[in-house]
Design a protein around this ligand. Structure first.
Ligand code: 13P
Length: 256
């Protein structure tokens, strides 16, 4: 049984003060929610303020990025040890914006992923094609390449604990959601790649999320797909009511 996961990726939005206020609202809206795991991933500067508000509740904390070293001369970076102390359970790795604007490669994602597992985080590894790649019929090849290199060297047990987020780059922040059937096709392909690598039992445990213009209006049709196990939400996670509505729409409905 895969428990759905809905994670809000706040990107570079909300100061610590704004974040604290937001989480108070969110906690009230989600206080009775069941059958879904929920996480928020604020900017680094808001982690402690958000952790304070979330303490003892159901909503978990995540980070948007992480360096692979425990410490060192890496100006501007944040380490697994620091995120652990801040109370993070999840960490997003290889988001397309990191790949696009900060030259993050699959090899770097792989190092980060190994560090994340070593430190006991639940990593959310992002993969997805750009518009030109989709139009050229290269979606499967691109996703397979990202999976292969990012997950290199992990054993079946480690793989079973990873979360994958399929985020087609053309659907991010554009209002252009992938058709649920198209997202399902890629998510199911990702599960087959995992099965080939780690065996069916491990692959069946992995939660594969969809991300890209997820809204309260489209969450139900996405979650109706058998291989979509939750959502990584950007814009719509910044308002407490829309994020809570997405969480509500993702609740467990007896998936395999
Ligand atoms: P949007 O929900 O704003 O399209 O962003 C998706 C995303 O990038 C989540 O990581």
């Amino acid at each position: 049984m895969r428990i759905p996961l809905v994670a809000g990726n706040w990107k570079m939005y909300k100061t610590a003060a704004e974040a604290g206020e937001f989480v108070q609202q969110l906690k009230t809206l989600l206080k009775d929610v069941q059958g879904v795991e929920v996480a928020v991933c604020p900017p680094f500067t808001a982690l402690y303020a958000v952790a304070r508000e979330l303490a003892g509740g159901k909503v978990a904390l995540g980070a948007q990025n992480m360096h692979w070293e425990e410490e060192g001369a890496y100006t501007g970076e944040v380490s697994p040890k620091m995120l652990k102390e801040a109370g993070c359970r999840y960490v997003i790795l290889g988001h397309s914006e990191r790949r696009q604007y900060f030259q993050e490669t699959d090899q770097m994602v792989n190092k980060k992923l190994k560090a994340a597992l070593k430190w006991g985080f639940v990593p959310i590894v992002c993969v997805g094609e750009q518009l030109a790649e989709r139009e050229a019929g290269k979606t499967a090849a691109v996703v397979a390449g990202q999976m292969e290199k990012s997950l290199d060297g992990l054993n079946s047990e480690e793989l079973a604990g990873v979360v994958i987020a399929y985020e087609p780059v053309w659907a991010i922040g554009t209002g252009r959601t992938a058709q649920p059937e198209d997202a399902q096709q890629v998510n199911s392909f990702i599960r087959e790649l995992l099965a080939a690598r780690a065996g069916r039992p491990a692959a069946d445990k992995v939660r594969i999320l969809y991300g890209g213009s997820v809204k309260p209006e489209n969450i139900a049709s996405l979650m109706a797909q058998p291989d979509i196990d939750g959502a990584l939400v950007g814009g719509a996670s910044l308002q407490a009511d829309s994020f809570a509505a997405i969480v509500e729409g993702s609740r467990l409905r007896g998936r395999a």
